[in-house]
Ligand binder design. Structure first.
Ligand code: ATP
Ligand code: MG
Length: 248
């Protein structure tokens, strides 16, 4: 198979717990967005941690371009639910942190960081301290920080969950555009069905540690806010809701 990122028959159990993941397989092509949705505790974050190489599967494997992931690799970035920015650094220095931890930051790096912040609508806030930003702005900084290393894969664990509905929709639109522009493959965990349908090429529903259903989202791109009010969008949301209800 020539898939870019492959999760092959992953099994996982935390020590002294029963099985959390049972035979989870999915594939992402380069630049594809795959949303993982499911009820609380079904194992979504565990899948991301296995893909990131933060946990090792009991069985099965994760392959990036055919190579097994056994440790965290620089080609992947993780965005957590809370932005976790450092308040003593400027917004731009927060974005550059994944680089500055390893080597001296160059003028080209700074220009790239500024460009990412501009693409996230934060050009005017590069020198600001994170505590003076709104929650939505902080989430945007966290996304820019994740992209500054030019990762081929972005792992997102409910990054917009704490935001109000409008901010969230704006961020989804801008995030989608940025990933398309950079050709980044994304595995995106969410509880929100409309978020999954808006962002994804494919949505997988995880239930009790298994992929219970998978839905291809063949909506046109680029995706604009108006799409949310279209019949095909709502039909896909309804289909996902039915699959979710079937797990009750
Ligand atoms: N470090 C851990 N040690 C033991 N059990 C854990 C650990 N982390 C998660 N679990 C358990 O594994 C299961 C799956 O957890 P996971 O965090 O993957 O769920 P999730 O789908 O991300 O949930 P949520 O939507 O609430 O974030 C849960 O039953 C949880 O209690
Ligand atoms: Mg989780």
């Amino acid at each position: 198979m020539n898939q870019f990122l492959q999760l092959q028959a992953l099994h996982y159990a935390y020590p002294e717990r029963g099985a959390v993941l049972r035979d989870v397989s999915l594939q992402l092509a380069r630049g594809e967005i795959h949303c993982l949705i499911g009820r609380s505790g079904c194992g979504k974050s565990t899948v991301l941690k296995l893909v990131a190489g933060l946990l090792a599967p009991l069985d099965g494997q994760v392959l990036l371009q055919g190579h097994t992931i056994i440790d965290p690799v620089p080609d992947m970035s993780f965005v957590f639910q809370t932005p976790t920015l450092l308040n003593w650094l400027s917004v731009l220095d927060n974005v550059l942190l994944p680089l500055s931890l390893h080597r001296a930051v160059t003028a080209a790096d700074r220009a790239h960081g500024e460009q990412l912040l501009a693409q996230m609508g934060l050009a005017a806030l590069c020198d600001e301290r994170p505590q003076r930003l709104s929650g939505g702005q902080q989430s945007r900084v966290a996304i820019a920080r994740a992209l500054v290393t030019r990762p081929a894969v972005l792992l997102m664990d409910e990054p917009f969950a704490a935001l109000d509905a409008i901010t969230r929709e704006d961020l989804q639109r801008d995030f989608f555009a940025l990933c398309q522009a950079h050709g980044t493959a994304v595995l995106f965990v969410t509880h929100d069905m409309a978020e999954a349908v808006f962002l994804a090429d494919q949505v997988s529903l995880l239930h009790e540690g298994r992929i219970h259903a998978s839905l291809r989202i063949a909506l046109p791109k680029p995706r604009h806010t108006a799409l949310r009010y279209s019949a095909p969008f709502n039909a896909l949301c309804a289909q996902l809701r039915q699959a979710m209800d079937a797990t009750l």
